[in-house]
Design a protein around this ligand. Structure first.
Ligand SMILES: *Cc1c(COP(=O)(O)O)cnc(C)c1O
Length: 378
């Protein structure tokens, strides 16, 4: 179907002349690092975009998660989904915390008060929710549960740039939230991340941990590191933040074309977004029901790869089956089923609506020839 490979994560590139202008400024100032003017501008701009008092930009989303978990000054267990990017759990371990894996709701693909509640023990100190696909991770239910049990609540918001909960931007939920500005995310700083919070004390600890420099000590903390964002990253992220509405709108058009063309295909269930909320439409995720579709997810993935459409199993394997966290024989039935059934389809700036149509047609023709494909594979 495609001459050259179509990768699942298409990077949103900023306009070259804007990048050149921003980098010329960095060269002229000779100010590359250490909270230069662009990083300070991005801290302020992202706080405003998410409607919070404090945004603390750092090297990447993983470091944002590590610093957030560290700054909450917990020790003991934190309940976290296994159906997430491994960095969510790796960050907890770096902060000296013990992850306790929680199964997810089959509708939302996320943990919620109902799945977290039964796992709370006297050793539990916190909960890390993940706003998967930019849909909010039961913030109201988890907030009430955590208040009842005296637990810290934090969120991995790496999927949630430009997404809302009850109409307000995600960023001010729980004690703090960690975002990613990785090149494959909707806001592209090359690498980059940010922690948002409305808690001034937490913000002071976050800013202290982000820097090793004694002159930047705003709070007493036991551990510090170098999590500083560079001016180069901030330059890219600022352009991308300005471009966000245009990129989100283009994502939405592609998403809706996928929705239209896949609606007819039995056995495919596209992850939907609440029309009352804003979403980045960055994630086009489909659940494959093998009985109705006639092929399983991995067979579909292989058939698409033969058409040069390189999709991703998102997430695979789940973190409770991944070193160094392998918890076999712990079973998380919903998580494990989602790992077998979900596929992420390509989206992003390099694709136009016609490309989406062709990916959709490839899926339709794969389904139409499913018996021949299965026979050929035998
Ligand atoms: C991308 C991502 C991360 C890691 O962010 P980096 O900026 O790549 O370190 C963590 N959690 C989730 C859910 C992500 O999607």
């Amino acid at each position: 179907m495609f001459e050259t490979p179509v990768h699942v994560a298409q990077v949103n590139l900023p306009a070259w002349d804007e990048v050149e202008r921003a980098f010329r400024g960095i060269f002229e100032r000779r100010f590359f690092a250490n909270h230069g003017p662009l990083v300070r501008e991005l801290d302020a701009a992202f706080a405003e975009a998410t409607g919070v008092d404090h945004a603390v930009c750092v090297t990447n989303g993983t470091v944002a998660l590590m610093i957030l978990a560290q700054a909450l000054e917990l020790s003991g267990e934190v309940i976290v989904p296994a159906f997430t990017f491994p960095a969510t759990v790796q960050a907890l371990r770096w902060a000296g915390l013990e992850p306790v894996f929680c199964d997810v709701d089959p509708q939302t693909h996320m943990i919620c008060a109902a799945t977290v509640g039964p796992l709370i023990t006297p050793r539990t100190r916190g909960v890390m929710g993940v706003h998967l696909w930019g849909r909010a991770c039961d913030p109201d239910g988890l907030q009430a549960l955590c208040e009842d049990h005296g637990l810290a609540l934090m969120f991995d918001a790496c999927h949630a740039v430009a997404c809302t909960h009850r109409g307000a931007p995600i960023g001010g939920l729980g004690a703090g939230e960690a975002f990613s500005f990785h090149a494959t995310k909707v806001l592209n700083g090359g690498e980059g991340g940010c922690i948002t919070t409305n808690d001034a004390g937490l913000a002071a600890r976050l800013r202290t941990i982000r820097s090793f420099h004694p002159g930047e000590t705003f709070a007493q903390v036991p551990t510090r590191m170098n999590g500083k964002m560079s001016e180069a990253q901030a330059a890219l992220a600022l352009i991308s933040l300005k471009d966000l509405p245009v990129n989100v709108e283009a994502n939405r058009r592609r998403y809706e074309q996928y929705a239209a063309i896949l609606a007819e295909v039995p056995g495919l269930d596209l992850v939907r977004y609440d029309p009352r909320e804003e979403n980045s439409f960055q994630y086009v995720v489909v659940e494959v029901a093998p009985e109705a579709f006639g092929l399983n997810r991995d067979q579909l993935l292989a058939a698409l790869a033969a058409e040069n459409i390189l999709c991703r199993r998102h997430f695979y394997p789940a973190v409770h089956r991944m070193a160094p966290f392998d918890r076999s024989p712990l079973r998380l039935p919903v998580t494990e089923q989602l790992c077998e059934r979900l596929i992420q389809l390509p989206n992003g700036q390099a694709m136009d609506v016609q490309d989406v149509t062709r990916v959709g047609e490839a899926i339709q023709s794969i389904r139409a020839s499913r018996d021949a494909l299965l026979n050929a594979a035998r």
